[in-house]
Design a protein around this ligand. Structure first.
Ligand code: GLY
Length: 419
């Protein structure tokens, strides 16, 4: 079969790497892809938001299955467009991907379905939000309702910070329409984990648990990034928590979405926080996590295609999944300055020597030039490995990193250690 993967990050490179191992797949295409997929996929430079052009491409090439990496094409309705043209696609419809694209929807949905989450209020008016904040207890969290590339969440310690967040979001429209509404919620502290499942609308296949390292600096300090590393499994999961998450969070979500006419097929990613009363949902995403997917896919022993196709076909009934019992990890090499301003276009040295037997290197923000691979984004490369324990996996990863260099390279040296 012919498979198309949409997206250009490390997550999509890892998906293509895994798909390339499937005996069912003859040809892989990537839109737009990155230099890490060369030799595995044919790349086509179309903007992932240009849904009609992508659907025309899929039709013309006779693509049998399309897999969507990032959230924006899902929120724009790529699955609906593909369905209307009888093209098979893995991912939720626009109506279902609202679980990620509207935080107000997602929080109201959790409230109605008794899914554990922080207490919250929703506001459409800046004045009402500020009046509420004047009487609120701090710290608290302010979230822009819509998609904001991970930048729309503010943890506010006092009224000044909160007013500033409202100003940026609702008055200065820093996130465009995404900031027309905000959710203000109780601040909860505790370890976080990512619990990702694949659903066909009724049935669910849980992937192995994982945890990403969101903060840019070591010891979990500094601003949030898209993720500076990941490990799998999460050190915070046990059988009891697994059962709780499935029974109280995942199944009620899949069932509740179907009940409101938003049947959820695709990846449901629950970002969880574990406080003293148990796991609570911080947010839902309707796509694979990045960089969690890189760590998770290293442990997937089964062919990924029947899982993705089973979800798209509403038939995960006969699909069974085997996992490697070893642990895995991923460290992100970034451009210094990310998630703020950073420079691009720096030659990456050592890529060949860094390819150690036990290591997978996935590309994120890179570009191929005549004389080599150059940096082209904040998150540049993902260095991933498995091991009998985290010490072994991290040893392989940091050995590989010792061969890599580019101007302004930055990475966390405590992945797998801090919690
Ligand atoms: N690693 C966080 C995310 O994918 O949203």
């Amino acid at each position: 079969m012919k498979v198309l993967v949409i997206g250009s990050g490390g997550r999509e490179n890892a998906l293509i790497w895994k798909i390339s191992q499937s005996k069912l797949v003859k040809k892989i295409y990537a839109i737009p892809g990155n230099p890490g997929v060369s030799g595995l996929a044919i790349t086509k430079d179309i903007n992932p938001s240009n849904i009609i052009e992508i659907a025309d491409f899929a039709k013309a090439e006779g693509i049998d299955l399309t897999i969507v990496g990032p959230e924006l094409p899902l929120a724009l309705g790529i699955v609906d467009t593909f369905n209307s043209k009888n093209l098979k696609i893995f991912g939720p419809t626009q109506k279902a991907s609202i679980i990620e694209s509207s935080k107000a929807f997602s929080k109201e949905f959790m409230k109605k379905n008794d899914i554990p989450t922080a207490a919250f209020e929703t506001f459409r008016s800046a004045i009402n939000a500020i009046n509420y904040l004047k009487k609120a207890k701090f710290p608290l969290v302010i979230k822009a309702d819509g998609l904001a590339s991970g930048k729309g969440v503010f943890i506010c310690e006092n009224l000044n910070e909160a007013q500033d967040a409202i100003k940026k979001t609702m008055l200065e429209n820093k996130f465009g329409k995404s900031g027309e509404m905000v959710v203000i919620e109780e601040f909860i502290s505790g370890p976080e984990m990512s619990f990702i499942v694949i659903s066909d609308g009724k049935r669910v296949i849980p992937l192995v648990s994982s945890m990403d390292y969101k903060k840019i600096y070591e010891n979990d300090e500094g601003p949030n990034s898209g993720g500076m590393g990941a490990i799998s499994p999460s050190p915070h999961i046990d059988k009891e928590k697994f059962n709780f998450i499935m029974e109280k969070i995942i199944y009620p979500t899949i069932k509740g979405m179907k009940q409101v006419g938003r049947e959820f097929r695709g990846v449901l990613y629950a970002g969880l926080i574990l406080d003293e009363s148990g796991p609570k949902v911080l947010e839902f995403n309707a796509r694979f996590g990045d960089p969690e997917t890189q760590a998770i896919l290293l442990r997937l022993k089964s062919d990924i295609i029947p899982i993705l196709e089973g979800s798209a076909d509403s038939n995960l009934f006969d699909v069974s999944v085997e996992w490697d019992s070893r642990v895995s990890a991923c460290v992100v090499l970034a451009s210094k300055g990310y998630p703020g301003k950073f420079e691009k276009d720096k030659l990456i040295n050592g890529l060949e020597r860094a390819k150690l037997a036990e290591v997978e290197i996935f590309h994120a923000g890179t570009k191929q030039k005549e004389d080599g691979v150059y940096t082209d984004g904040g998150r540049v490369l993902n260095i991933c490995a498995k091991g009998k324990d985290l010490k072994e996996a991290m040893g392989s990863i940091y050995d590989s990193i010792s061969f890599l260099s580019f101007e302004n390279i930055y990475f966390r040296q405590d992945i797998g250690r801090s919690k």
